[in-house]
Design a protein around this ligand. Sequence first.
Ligand code: BG6
Length: 436
Amino acid sequence: MGFKEGFLWGTSISAAQAEGGWDEDGKAPTQVDFANVGSAQSNGRQLIYKKNDGTKGQLSGAYALFPQGIEGGINQDGVEFYRQVFLELKKYHIDPIITLYKYDEPIYFEQTYGGWTNRKMIDEFVEFARVCFTEYKDLVNKWMTFNEINVLMLFKNLPHDKQTAQQRYQELHHQLVASAKTVQLAHEINPQNKVGCMMAGICTYPLTPDPMDVMDNYQYFQDMFCYVADTMIKGYYPSFSKRMWDEDGIKLDISKQDYTDLKNGTVEFLGFSYYMSQCRTTHTDGITTKGNIFTGYENPYLDKSEWGWQIDPMELKYKMHFIYDRYNIPLLIIENGLGAKDVVEKDGTIHDDYRIDYLREHISKMKEAVDEGVDLMGYTTWGGIDLVSASTGQIEKRYGLIYVDVNDKGKGSYKRIRKDSFYRYKNVIESNGEKL
Ligand code: BG6
């Protein structure tokens, strides 16, 4: 009973939401930075960009690793930056789990290749992964390929034309093949490597017992989660893919080698994010509610966060059982947390009981699922430190266990303060989940 020995406790973070320094040490804008840069155009090997303040910049250096593709070469400063991060983690016996791709693709790839619609992106990604696996061989042995890779399917739930559908499915196919080739490479370079997929946890209920709602909800889960997870874990597209492709009238370009790669590059664990649940209905009388990526209908049995996200620890337990029953490989909860406003008291303390409650209730349900047989390898809260929200761009929507003294306008001392939740989570880790 309880969490096994060696259970991975920790917190997660995203480079693009926390690092800053987008134009330092040879780094240039990625997709995420692009909004802050204003506009940018590529001129051969150089990137000319216009900042929001109107000034122009020119970059011929690299992004984090391959700023301008394989041909442009590696930015050694980027390689060294992360080496230092990993060495620092090692000093404190922290075992890192690295996601290779989290929405921070250099703009160069969009401008030169048109992004993931182009098959060349597969080789570019595999080469990038090769550098990471080789350079950090002695420092990292747990990897995930694409963050929340299934969000590419979001278009399916929005009004779209056939061309958009064709493009999205093809982009996703290229990412799935790139991921599978990367898994094979990871094992060739270091047999100790373990590679997982990382899925956005899609958690919806049918709003009514109308059989139409029940079927609609199940198909939504197939479309948004299983289409991708089945392919990455079983090594082939699931049977219901044909229904999906037919619905959108698309035809995928899949080579014989792609089928082989998908088969030979299956992942060993399933990482997923979980924040909240929503309802779905085929009726039109529900009240809509908000979420990180997906919008749905309100569930009258649940409370909401300040940002309108419905809080639902039981769904975490339900989903853990559901996906473990389906895939039978270890699970990893890689993102789970509460975005809330924090108040610094006069004595400098931060009493974030709401975050403590959120984490305790989720960990407690997670523990029940583990006691009932689910193989869970780890849990990391989102995030260790306050970071910029992906959907709203706010830092005042705080997720951290550690406060950063800066507001949405970028004003503050950047001083760090440990919140009450920091100390509570420390107890949870020290007791391997026994003291919640
Ligand atoms: C996850 C993303 O889906 O949601 C994170 O992977 C994001 O990048 C998190 O930060 C929380 O969402 P938000 O929009 O509140 O930052």
